[in-house]
Design a protein. Structure first.
Length: 451
């Protein structure tokens, strides 16, 4: 039974994830281009001419915003390159451990087969009167195989222990679990297909149906790379534990207690990596954060604010992050309500109602409400001559602005009025929508290991 289990483990360990190792030259080129971009902006400060579209300050702010977006993209691509490099190293460890474990299992298998043949000969000797000249021959062969098995175990054990230690250190120090989850979320956001749209972000993305759908896609993505890496890490440790148990049973030399301490240390390192990088999956709020990040990324890609509105937000109000401005909704007169992605509002524990107008600062905001984020809300309209004009929502008269609300906060009987009302799911509704994350193989595996 033990032998069959280890054979199965050895087969699983052989499964590798093929990633191309990205050379450091690419990273250096990225840093070089980023540096040149920043230098170019500084150089061009005095060359930017005042135009009807942007002032010198507005053009500079626009360039800085583009640089900020470049930094974000470069940070994401750098994390992905590091993840690929880490997985290549982990893959090498898996291969080494499989090779060493297999070499020991091969000789052990031959030893087991020899024992079976000895038992068969003994049975023939006792039942059929077979001669006893087989005894010395079989005993010699058995002793040879046993010595060979012990010798191989003594050779491979330090190598396996070293590979396991390095393996666990990479998982912990390089935050491989965490980065693999980021990669899983990124793959969902970049491939997310909005099958049904009602023309606005508020009516399309900010619904419990879409939150649940995105959570389901994330759960499926977590069951690919993150789950595979997690499972392999435990199988690697199991293989090392098996070899150590064979050493302890007399097949090797266990006089060096340093080996047992190193194995325990590897286990503790894995436990630390899981606690710091994976345990959060059991937390509903943390799962909602992941799904919110996905929806925000989809919003920026699928519902960008008109370019003219972004330019005016820079020109008139020095908006620091125009690259991520989205069109939340349209007014009855055809204007655009633009803001930063606001799926963060579904994290509010209590129902809320916030009017973004000239009474904005006079309101009692819920605890941890992202006031500065909501403040960057604008009304952008296209004029008959094709030009655009923009107003900051906090400058609009009371009742003429935008109301963000959830649950009972959207009840018109409360006396709150606004021309444009954007409704969000409540935290309770959003939390139920992301419960599907707990059905992922990865979440179930972590839960079982924790218990």
């Amino acid at each position: 039974m033990v032998k069959a289990q280890i054979n199965n483990q050895a087969d699983v360990i052989n499964v590798s994830i093929a990633f191309e190792d990205i050379s450091s030259m690419i990273s250096n080129q990225g840093l070089y281009l980023l540096k040149n971009r920043a230098s170019s902006i500084v150089k061009n400060i005095g060359e930017v001419r005042v135009s009807n579209v942007l002032t010198r300050e507005g053009a500079l702010a626009w360039k800085l915003d583009m640089l900020s977006d470049d930094v974000k993209q470069f940070r994401v691509s750098t994390e992905m390159r590091h993840l690929r490099k880490s997985i290549v190293q982990l893959d090498n460890h898996w291969s080494d451990i499989h090779l060493h474990t297999s070499s020991y299992l091969f000789t052990s298998k031959k030893l087991v087969e020899e024992m079976r043949m000895i038992l068969a000969d003994i049975n023939s000797y006792t039942t059929c009167g077979m001669g006893n000249d087989f005894i010395l021959k079989r005993a010699a062969r058995f002793n040879t195989l046993r010595d060979s098995s012990k010798s191989i175990l003594r050779q491979v054990w330090p190598k396996v222990l070293q590979a396991v230690t390095q393996h666990m250190n990479i998982l912990n120090i390089d935050s491989v679990f965490q980065h693999s989850i980021h990669a899983a979320a990124s793959s969902v956001s970049t491939s997310y297909d909005l099958k049904h749209t009602n023309g606005s972000l508020a009516n399309t993305l900010l619904t419990t149906r879409v939150i649940s759908d995105a959570a389901g896609k994330l759960a499926a993505s977590l069951d690919l790379l993150p789950h595979t890496i997690t499972l392999q890490s435990f199988l690697v440790l199991n293989a090392a534990s098996f070899l150590y148990s064979r050493m302890s049973k007399g097949d090797g030399d266990t006089s060096n207690m340093k080996h047992s301490y190193e194995l325990i240390s590897a286990l503790e390192t894995l436990d630390s990596a899981i606690n710091s990088q994976l345990k959060f999956l059991a937390d509903t709020r943390a799962g909602l954060v992941l799904v919110s990040d996905i929806l925000d990324a989809v919003a920026v890609e699928s519902f960008p604010a008109p370019t003219e509105c972004k330019e005016l937000a820079f020109e008139r109000f020095s908006e620091p992050q125009t690259a991520s401005l989205v069109s939340m909704a349209k007014t009855k007169t055809g204007g655009f309500i633009i803001s930063q992605p606001l799926s963060l509002l579904v994290h509010q524990d209590k129902d809320f109602s916030v009017e973004v107008s000239n009474v904005f600062t006079a309101q009692d905001f819920p605890r941890s409400f992202p006031v500065s984020l909501v403040r960057s809300t604008y009304l952008c309209t296209e004029n008959p001559d094709g030009s655009f004009s923009i107003q900051k929502a906090t400058n609009l008269p009371a009742g003429e602005g935008v109301m963000f609300c959830s649950g009972m906060g959207c009840d018109t009987n409360t006396g709150v009025r606004a021309k444009t009302v954007i409704r969000f799911p409540t935290f309770k509704q959003a939390s139920r929508a992301v419960e599907v994350l707990r059905s992922s193989k990865l979440a179930a595996f972590i839960k079982n290991e924790s218990e």
